[in-house]
Design a protein around this ligand. Structure first.
Ligand SMILES: CC(C)(COP(=O)(O)OP(=O)(O)OC[C@H]1O[C@@H](n2cnc3c(N)ncnc32)[C@H](O)[C@@H]1OP(=O)(O)O)[C@@H](O)C(=O)NCCC(=O)NCCSC(=O)CCC(=O)c1ccccc1C(=O)O
Length: 357
């Protein structure tokens, strides 16, 4: 375990490999063993009026004085959430995943809980994640979903190679499947923002999971990369094409063809993550982002996610955006006039609805 922590620290830039083989020189003031590196609310984490991050306010100002925008909208809280466990979903007891909802807030959290396997997923893990995402989608009190991994060493290390058979990953039913591809689509199409909170390794299929999330907050010990070509696997779907949209064609080819690992700072430079914070700040920072999201118009966010997807997803993306347009139309007087006319057996009167330019 200690060796693993040190290797992780080397990759994430807290330690530098020594020029002398076998030795490592500690560069950072925080040691990987420092209790301050463990995850959880930072000591003294504050309440609703606290600033968003150590780097300052969430709002830039043109004059140095707080703008009216900043005064009206305020700073999101970094206070700990009161998590309520949801131990089963759709009558399935959760074994591989922890599912929680924040009491009094619209935040759901899905934690891949196989830390002994660096949170590698087997078919059961994926099925449980899928049930939780479906629940979060259907629950109108939920406005944003966090996806994370248990412990500090890994977000997710991809498909569990110990259950990989011919044709996919084999579950209790003995059938090989690649059900994580369906999960990627589900996250992508979820009409609510999904935020990945990454500590430790996000590699292989785990790297793809964070990429299909809408936003990624990374701890400074996070390590990213595609290991597939080293273990005889690849993702020619979102895992490569969406990656190229995020980091560009050259970098995407580099990530896949060389299968190297990248520390958090480099991942941020590459455009793979939105923000890097000290490990102990991962949850408070993620919560602050979620709370800021929740303070904004849910319909605006839903349509934005659909539109951003549609630009990449072809007809499937248009279907999602089109569905959202129908949902909005059903809430309008014009849409209801058509339904009411049908139900009362009269001709609809659409003449009072303006043909706007
Ligand atoms: C993640 C590591 C770099 C961590 O290294 P380290 O900290 O030194 O820990 P270890 O001692 O190696 O690991 C501890 C423990 O965990 C087990 N383990 C770790 N990862 C896996 C895994 N993926 N599968 C099974 N087991 C794992 C490890 O064996 C140890 O067990 P012990 O019993 O304690 O010995 C390092 O662990 C590492 O490199 N892991 C492998 C990463 C990897 O190659 N993952 C698979 C990539 S391929 C993939 O994910 C495909 C996914 C998929 O389903 C798919 C298929 C087709 C199209 C698309 C997809 C898709 O998009 O997902």
């Amino acid at each position: 375990m200690e060796a693993s922590r040190r290797r992780l620290s080397v990759l994430s830039g807290q330690l530098a490999p020594s020029p002398c083989a076998g030795a490592e020189v500690e560069l950072a003031t925080i040691s990987p063993r420092d209790p301050a590196l463990s995850r959880g609310p930072a000591a003294g984490s504050s309440g609703p009026s606290a600033s968003t991050s150590g780097s300052g306010s969430a709002y830039a100002t043109a004059t140095g004085a707080p703008s009216s925008y900043a005064r009206v909208h305020g700073e999101p809280s970094r206070a700990p959430a009161a998590w309520r466990d949801v131990p089963s979903v759709a009558r399935e007891d959760l074994t591989d995943v922890i599912y929680q909802k924040a009491v009094g807030e619209g935040i759901a959290k899905i934690t891949i809980n196989r830390p002994d396997k660096r949170n590698a997923f087997r078919p059961r893990t994926v099925t449980e994640m899928s049930l939780c995402f479906a629940d979060a989608r259907d629950d109108p009190s939920i406005g944003v979903v966090i996806l994370t991994g248990a412990g500090d060493l890994a977000f997710c290390s991809g498909g569990d190679q110990s259950v990989r058979g011919k044709g996919g990953y084999v579950g209790a039913d003995g059938v090989p499947r690649l059900n994580v591809l369906d999960l990627q689509m589900q996250i992508r199409r979820l009409p609510k923002p999904v935020v990945a909170a990454v500590a430790g390794y996000a590699v292989g299929g785990g790297h793809i999971l964070h990429m299909v999330c809408d936003l990624t907050i990374a701890a400074d010990n996070a390590v990213f990369g595609q290991t597939g070509p080293k273990v005889g696997s690849f993702d020619a779907g979102y895992g490569s094409t969406h990656m190229a949209r995020l980091v560009g064609q050259k970098r995407a080819r580099e990530m896949w063809f060389l299968a190297r690992l990248y520390g958090a700072a480099e991942a941020e430079r590459m455009g793979l993550v939105n923000k890097v914070v000290p490990l102990r700040e991962l949850e408070p920072e993620t919560l602050a982002w979620c709370r800021q999201i929740l303070s904004n118009s849910p319909t605006a966010l839903r349509l934005l996610k659909s539109a951003l997807n549609a630009a990449e997803d072809g007809q499937a993306g248009i279907q999602q955006l089109g569905g959202d347009a129908t949902m909005l139309f059903y809430q309008s007087e014009e849409g209801n006039e058509g339904r009411e006319a049908y139900l009362s057996g009269r001709r609809p009167d659409f003449s009072r609805f303006p043909r706007l330019p």
